[in-house]
Design a protein around this ligand. Sequence first.
Ligand code: NGQ
Ligand code: ZN
Length: 467
Amino acid sequence: MNRTLFAEHALLPDGWRRNVLLQWDEHGVLASVEADAAVPAPSAGIERAAGPLMPGMPNLHSHAFQRAMAGLTEFRALAVANDDFWSWRDLMYRFAARITPEGIGAVARWLYIEMLKAGYTSVCEFHYVHHAADGQRYANVAEMARHVVEAAGQTGIGITMLPVLYQYSGFGAQPPREDQRRFINTPDALLGLIDSLRGTHGEHAALRYGVAPHSLRAVSGESLRDVLAGLDAMLPRAPVHIHIAEQTAEVDACLATEGARPVQWLFDNFAVDARWCLVHATHVDAQETVALAKSGAVAGLCLTTEANLGDGVFPAHAYLALQGRIGIGSDSHIAVDWRSELRLLEYGQRLTRRQRNVLAAADEPFVADRLVGAALAGGALATGRAVGALRAGHRADWIVLDAEHPTIAGQDPRTWLSGVVFCEHGEMPVRDVFVGGVKVVDNRRHRDEDAARADYRAALDVLLDQA
Ligand code: NGQ
Ligand code: ZN
């Protein structure tokens, strides 16, 4: 039996449409999406959306455990002359050393509820804390990952689990540091971890797998080739995500040891295409920008984290002009709101170019509409799942906006996304959220938020007590 919802306004692939009837099946997949439908009579018993519908946003980059340290590194330690990405990473590693399987489950469950309430309906989890604190394997090699996957299942968010391959501490196969021991695997061990997770938790419309070579600092060309070959034997064309060129020190080290910049090196050595997500790609030169755009790979931009860590500014204007694909991620979760990511994407360009509406295009003069469209399409591609559009065959994932929110009330649909993305006035204009056709957020509340919040609070006590 199909389920049905009627919406007076919905953002379809061709823009805002009136009187949209959506039908989906028992697996949570849209069976039909019809615009200009007859308005159903009240007696028909068809549910009406409480406001305008837009597709749920994919979050293409998350390290769930880092949610618990958001706000705890916003001070300069006196001993640190240059507080930067690398000093932050030392603090983050100290935190990563303390997280337990139950702890990561509780943190992820609360985080995913925050994501859902913000309108993120899919997440790509770049998961790298695999082993016990002393580096010993857990009896189940996927013990940490399974808690994250189960957290996603409990909250309802769709997940692409990307177990991370981490082997080295720097270019030239430098041995890992002591504080990286929880992350370390060979390509074979990592493929075994994915295989074991598939065995225990299966694979379905809300759960897919891929692989994440952590960065060119943490893998070698050979191990990257090995893990991709193994992945293809198991899950052909599954997504591949990699951190790249986030810091200039990485660019310099890559030039020194490999004789090429990181993105250039990757393109010279691998067939980078639409299955790839290059996370950050902040420091790309003009040639790399063209190569990335032409490849069809997704640039995984994590604007609030990149700003927080002082990474730099991605050349979004040039890249989007070349039709490059983008998606957005909340990464360290200093903010969990896709609107902040998109706003900062445009504002970085405004501040450096001293212009307005920089990321508008000839065929889409409204910046927010262009960026929402790009982040839905690119983000969906990065998940490897059929999401990101209200279209038959795609997951029934959408946000119901509050049309009476002061930020958009009384306006024409043409400016709704502008208000939603650029304005910050009080509570979010996200009212309800459906994932796989199930209403998991109802009038700004997630069905499990009280219990999840209490568990998160208890997990924090354990984590912070030992600090
Ligand atoms: C991470 N985060 O893996 O959590 C990284 C830091 C690194 C970001 N790059 C570690 N934002 O890149 O070595
Ligand atoms: Zn990251």
